[in-house]
Ligand binder design. Structure first.
Ligand code: SF4
Length: 331
């Protein structure tokens, strides 16, 4: 109608301005910063992390071969999440994670608590998406679904491929954008091109390849299953080349475990305990930072020794990325 009247339509807002030159791309589900920005100066300026992972439960119906979850802890109440929400003031994005977040029947209420103050993303196995999708749409930036490839591979290492794909369809039918996350090891890497094809057909924003960490179930993987960082790089280059040749549209990124990515995540457990992750010389790979049930995240940020790695990772400087022009993809 406006076009017929010759009135230019206002394009939908594609970025969210977070201050300090940082923006969040709603199309690519990633943070951006002007080229050449001084990240060390930025680390001193910021009073809170760009992104945190908040575990809304430790429970999960799957038992993936590579799952790093070890500790069981009781779920937090909505009132406790409200306290955590206040103490996270200044954070850009909150991953409402698990365990499996859709195990919580009140996930929609938790999203309602957080989505006005933060960009919210939900990492999930999608098996219970039918129950939750209608309560998430319009509130979460994306759901990040774990998938290792076609039916035989995903069902072997993660769980029921058909249930996961059914969940993805529910998310998409409801209008929730999806990304795919894939834990890669030697006996599953041949499935990655098929995963890219699936992601392309689904219209996923990106495919995130992640190397397993030696923790939890992954301690039972045979040593030869772990790719070296050189092998991971070769895999990334191979799949990136195929992506170009085949015209697959999802962005591709890979996170390997190096000095640059150590401690870059801040994981908050259901009891409020905030920890840097993964810290390679720590038991359980966690370095304790504080507790967001009892103190503001700004205090935790002050004592966080991995600010530089955090910013580099979430601003896309320490991961390998392949994306279409104008759609560079970050964490
Ligand atoms: S990796 Fe995720 S989906 Fe798999 S068992 Fe662990 S928490 Fe559940």
């Amino acid at each position: 109608m406006t076009a017929e009247l010759g009135i230019p339509t206002v394009p939908p807002q594609r970025t969210i301005d977070l201050g300090n030159g940082i923006a969040f791309s709603k199309a690519g589900h990633h943070f951006t910063i002007p080229e050449g920005a001084d990240l060390d100066a930025l680390a001193q300026t910021l009073t809170a992390p760009l992104s945190v992972i908040l575990q809304v439960t430790k429970r999960c119906e799957l038992d993936c071969d590579f799952c790093s979850e070890t500790l069981q802890k009781p779920d937090a109440s909505l009132a406790q999440f409200d306290t955590i929400r206040r103490n996270l003031d200044g954070v850009g994005r909150v991953f409402l994670s698990g365990g499996e977040p859709m195990q919580r029947r009140d996930l929609g209420d938790i999203v309602d608590l957080f989505h006005r103050d933060f960009i919210v993303t939900v990492p999930t196995n999608a098996i219970r998406a039918e129950l939750h999708a209608k309560n998430l749409v319009g509130k979460v930036a994306s759901c990040n679904v774990g998938l290792e490839g076609p039916r035989a591979i995903t069902s072997r290492v993660r769980g029921d491929y058909d249930k996961i794909m059914n969940g993805i369809r529910h998310l998409q039918d409801t209008g929730i954008p999806i990304d795919l996350s894939c834990v890669v090891y030697r006996s599953t890497q041949s499935a990655i091109p098929y995963l890219m094809q699936i992601a392309d057909m689904l219209g996923a924003g990106k495919v995130k390849l992640i190397m397993p960490l030696r923790k939890g179930n992954a301690l039972n993987l045979k040593e030869h299953e772990f790719l070296s960082n050189t092998e991971a790089r070769e895999l990334f280059d191979r799949v990136g080349g195929l992506r170009t040749d085949m015209g697959w549209t999802p962005a591709l990124r890979l996170t390997a475990w190096t000095d640059e990515t150590e401690g870059h995540m801040i994981v908050i457990e259901p009891d409020g305990k905030a920890q840097a992750w993964p810290v390679y010389d720590q038991p359980d790979l966690f370095l304790e930072l504080g507790n967001v049930l009892t103190e503001p995240v700004s205090t935790i940020w002050e004592r966080y020794p991995y600010k530089h790695n955090h910013l580099r990772k979430y601003l896309g400087k320490s991961i390998w990325t392949a994306a279409n022009a104008g759609d560079s993809t970050h964490a």
